[in-house]
Write a protein that binds this ligand. Sequence first.
Ligand code: SAM
Length: 358
Amino acid sequence: MGGSVLTLVDVALAPEAAFEALLDEMGLALGDSGMEFDSSAARRITDQGVVVGEVREWKPGEMVSFVWHPKTWAKVDSELVISFVPHEGGTRVSVEQKGWGKVIGDEGGELLGWFTGEVVAPMLWASAPTRLGDWVTDRGARRPSGRRSRDVYRNPLYHWPNFYVILDVLALRPDDHLLEVGCGGGAFLHEALKSGCRASAVDHSPDMVRLASEANEDSVSAGRLRVMLADATSIPYPSGSCTCAVMTGVIGFLPDPLRVFGEVYRVLAPGGRFVVYTGAKTLKGTPAAPEPMASRIRFYEDDELVALAQLAGFSVAKVEHPSLYEGAKRAGVPEPDLPLFKGTSGSQLLVATKSPGQ
Ligand SMILES: C[S@@+](CC[C@H](N)C(=O)[O-])C[C@H]1O[C@@H](n2cnc3c(N)ncnc32)[C@H](O)[C@@H]1O
């Protein structure tokens, strides 16, 4: 009895595309748990720097197998095989840990205990509403990743109206140094950099940092832009290094917005301006903020936004409700969706300034 563990999923992608996508996703997902998938020549998987998987066979579009070293404290190996088999017009992707029974041992139901606790229960948890709602929110907006999000954030059409409004207020000049917190795929940065300014950005999604850097490759290589993977509560740029800052579509996801405002305040030079765009409570449950995201977003009253800015130290702070309609037309939002941008009650634009004397 080998005690193999097998999981599988049927997807609509062709085998070659499924192969490529799985390995890309695997690299990102393993990174979240401190593991690393080195897909370059060595093709190894490490856990906290220790090699746990070494490629045995690598056949793009068909399969990849690893010799797996699950224990540093005992010499026992298994084999991990990921296969891609054409199935009903798409691909059946299976992941099998062969010889897993040898690793766990099967006395007294240990193998079943491992399988239930480490595979079955996490699968039930992942497919129940709480975790699934979190996953959908993260995947699409709170920490975007995956091909679909990359396509959206490469050119987020429905965010351009906000971008135009923010750019109007910031009125960037070549001697500005802009900080963007939660830059997503870097579309706003790309437009902002046309002013001749420099920019520094952060995002906590590795996929978005990669995309924003690629989308602004020229500015990055010219030394006009740096994009770093970081949480907004700990911005890796020097105090007083930026003349202005922007955060759009981000504040609703922040567990500790005051700490983030404090960080932005620190990075801004005296006289620096800070613009925050967010959707107002009226958007909750509409196509702009549908479930399950809506109940995971924090919406603010105008005076709460002003209070946050003041508590963080900004001397001037006010909230405006700009119209996004003209911007939506200019961006090319399809006609049937234009009514979504009518009226001004859905938009909140906080404009704050750090006192020139600070
Ligand atoms: C809805 S997207 C908006 C992206 C971009 N600003 C735009 O308008 O297209 C929110 C972005 O904020 C980032 N973000 C959310 N919370 C963050 C945090 N605590 N630290 C850094 N980035 C964060 C997400 O990864 C995501 O890229």
